[in-house]
Write a protein that binds this ligand. Sequence first.
Ligand SMILES: Nc1ncnc2c1ncn2[C@@H]1O[C@H](COP(=O)(O)OP(=O)(O)O)[C@@H](O)[C@H]1O
Ligand SMILES: Cc1cn([C@H]2C[C@H](O)[C@@H](COP(=O)(O)O)O2)c(=O)[nH]c1=O
Length: 230
Amino acid sequence: MPSPTLPITSIPSRQSHTDTTQSSSPCGEIHVIVGPMFAGKTTTLLRRIQAESNNGRTAAVIKSSKDTRYGLDSIVTHDGMKLPCWPLANLSSFRQKIGTDAYDQLDVIGIDEAQFFEDLYDFCCEAADHDGKTVIVAGLDGDYLRRSFGSVLDIIPLANSVMKLTARCELCGKRALFTLRKTDETQTELIGGADVYMPVCRQHYVSGQVVIETARSVLESKKLQCGSCT
Ligand SMILES: Nc1ncnc2c1ncn2[C@@H]1O[C@H](COP(=O)(O)OP(=O)(O)O)[C@@H](O)[C@H]1O
Ligand SMILES: Cc1cn([C@H]2C[C@H](O)[C@@H](COP(=O)(O)O)O2)c(=O)[nH]c1=O
């Protein structure tokens, strides 16, 4: 498998780096990108990684191995932009997977689908505070019920910057803040794309949830009725 570390050819010293958009610091940095599905979180992450790489910094991207939508070795946006990545079950395995030397030479670590990593907080602390890395994290702030998702919100106090992106409501075109699940599955983690989820504004989230809840209880009562028929 080709190493998903960019750029492969040059490994500049971290001290010589000058970044015009963010203040340089001997310590690392943490930048967090959140929002509903289809808001452009992965696109923003990949663009930032690409920009860092174009500036001569060495970068690697990690995604959760739970997300098997487009194969394991690539991060792919909803509109097809693609970058090689490290698919991992947990972030603590990253240093060992990439190798200590390669880890030490990394300037920038991107993390996509951050909501699926239980050890997000500890990894970000270690990477930024102790190892001097710039960590760029993209993930869902809320699940389909608008509850805090995984540890994404826990790292806000650690962050240099937080960006909340919005999508377009699929029903009216207004700013979409939330992700509506279209199916009747109720587990928190359910991998899927536009087949299962849609971005919606506040108004259509509320009305959509009512429709889905009503449909679910009608189906439940039908099931109960059928059960008592036999
Ligand atoms: N309802 C939708 N269904 C499928 N693709 C969408 C939808 N809304 C927006 N998109 C596309 O998805 C892109 C964003 O993809 P991506 O960066 O993967 O988003 P995120 O990581 O936030 O889910 C948008 O630029 C747009 O082209
Ligand atoms: C809302 C919600 C989403 N998921 C899953 C669905 C996708 O596989 C990812 C989000 O991907 P994206 O890059 O942000 O488009 O998360 C989930 O498991 N549970 C949810 O409630």
